[in-house]
Design a protein around this ligand. Structure first.
Ligand SMILES: Cc1ncc(COP(=O)(O)O)c(C=O)c1O
Length: 457
């Protein structure tokens, strides 16, 4: 076997992205501007959130209702979701113990207390994703619980229906925030009053393009037979990541979407109002963005609140626009690679994520495998052996209660035995669109060798 060097997740940039970035640089407008707006429309159309209509002439989407905002990261998108919802000190937010820090830290930035919940033993029975234990989640709810954040690890869409049913059952415990003294507090109060229940948030950092047949969405519509919905059009609020290692990248970047019940709109709220609040929160609370200030004589602006700075630039959006154009093909290639990995893992008796079921199609973001019966040390030996042979792997994730920042906060990993058990023998194989067929075969051979050399079987 000739040695190859396989990196974990390099960005896949074509001449299209390079040309669009060059065009943006030449255009004279590089910060938030027309390309960001166009990316928002195109993503909204792709996800199926809001009402997006197509332009008669060039068939590009024209935004009809604004249900999506592009920002500079998923972390910022999640934080702004929580701030638009109105999460404050004293509130509790439920988060799975098995996730990336951003899921929890964004809630902590808002002053909330994060309550961690363990995952199901060995993850979900169909997809094997490390999915939250829904019974434990329900037991964790109390009168301070304001939001639950679910995470679509690897791009697999989790069971939002289960959580919508739980928050419906717990309506009596929920008391909405109520403060009408300024614009943000007023919006928070109206959204919470309209929701009348704990909010369901999705950390869809991995799952752009993933879909699931669901009976409930944030709109509260119940499809008795179930209907296929895409990540971003299921939970009340969703955040996406376009970080460099993600399926679709803008180098750094992210987006927020929302999908709220009619009762929120009955509070004299509309999507433009919500959209404008995201704009304000992401740009210092400034009443006019840079583009608006360039209009003749329109220099003067107000500061509505001492807020944040996390807007997306047109240079980032230029990359995103072309990545989105290529996205169906990129997903198709990921699916081809997954089929080869599935075959190898099944032959070796290794448990792996299942990216397609009859009710769910993931975004094919990560390929997690779990080697039965091995210790953490043996897992690490396999990772080292594969690295020596040129294959970079990863671990998604070391559970948060094992991290310095969260050890005391969460009372430690002993309280999350299923998370530890899952982490102990998990390895993430490289899955990206720069892998050739020969590279994929090479990864499979290296995996077999590393397992053999670790003398496991
Ligand atoms: C599950 C999850 N949530 C949130 C994030 C944060 O994304 P970003 O780097 O765009 O803020 C990541 C990043 O990898 C992630 O894996």
């Amino acid at each position: 076997m000739e040695r190859r060097n396989i990196s974990f997740s390099p960005p896949d940039m074509s001449e299209m992205e390079i040309e669009e970035v060059a065009e943006t640089l030449r255009s004279g407008w590089i910060t938030t501007g027309p390309r960001v707006k166009k990316l928002e429309r195109n993503l909204s159309y792709y996800i199926g959130t809001g009402n997006v209509i197509l332009d008669e002439e060039d068939k590009t989407p024209t935004l009809f209702t604004k249900n999506l905002v592009c920002l500079n990261s998923a972390t910022a998108a999640e934080e702004l979701n929580l701030r638009v919802l109105g999460i404050h000190p004293g509130d509790e937010v439920i988060v799975p113990a098995y996730t990336y820090t951003a899921t929890a830290s964004a809630a902590i930035h808002c002053g909330a207390t994060v309550r961690f919940v363990d995952i199901q033993k060995d993850g979900d029975k169909d997809t094997h994703i490390p999915e939250i234990d829904y019974d434990a989640l329900e037991r964790m709810i109390n009168k301070n619980t304001k939001a639950i954040i679910l995470v679509d690890i690897g791009g697999i869409i989790v069971d939002y229906d289960r959580v919508f049913e739980i928050v419906e059952r717990k309506r009596d415990l929920f008391s909405p925030f109520s403060d009408y003294s300024d614009a943000l507090s007023t919006l928070n109060s109206k959204i919470q009053k309209g929701l009348g229940r704990i909010a369901v948030l999705s950390d869809a950092a991995h799952s752009l393009g993933g879909s699931r047949i669901v009976k409930h969405t944030g709109k509260g519509v119940i499809f008795a037979e179930g209907k296929r919905k895409y990540a971003g059009a299921i939970a009340d609020f969703t955040n996406f990541s376009f970080h460099a290692v993600k399926n679709l990248t803008t180098a750094e970047g992210g987006a927020s979407t929302w999908c709220l019940p009619q009762a929120v709109y009955d509070q004299d709220v509309d999507d433009n109002l919500i959209y404008n609040m995201y704009q304000l929160l992401s740009l210092h609370g400034q009443s006019k963005d840079a583009l608006a200030k360039t209009q003749l004589g329109a220099w003067e602006y107000d500061i509505i609140g001492p807020w944040y700075k996390c807007n997306m630039t047109d240079i980032m959006a230029a990359i995103g626009l072309k990545q989105l154009q290529r996205y169906p093909k990129l997903l198709f290639r990921r699916e081809q690679i997954i089929k080869v990995y599935d075959k190898t893992c099944d032959q070796l008796g290794i448990c792996h994520l299942v990216h397609n079921t009859d009710y769910m199609s993931s975004s094919k973001h990560l390929y997690l495998i779990r080697i039965p019966g091995i210790t953490e040390e043996q897992r690490n030996q396999i990772i080292i052996k594969m690295a020596e042979l040129g294959v970079t792997t990863n671990v998604h994730y070391k559970p948060l209660p094992m991290m310095t920042a969260y050890k005391d906060y969460s009372n430690g990993i002993d309280f999350y035995p299923n998370s530890y058990d899952y982490f102990r023998n998990v390895i993430t194989l490289p899955l990206h669109t720069l892998l050739s067929d020969d590279d994929v075969e090479y990864v499979c051979e290296v995996l077999k060798t590393a397992i053999h050399d670790t003398k496991i079987y």
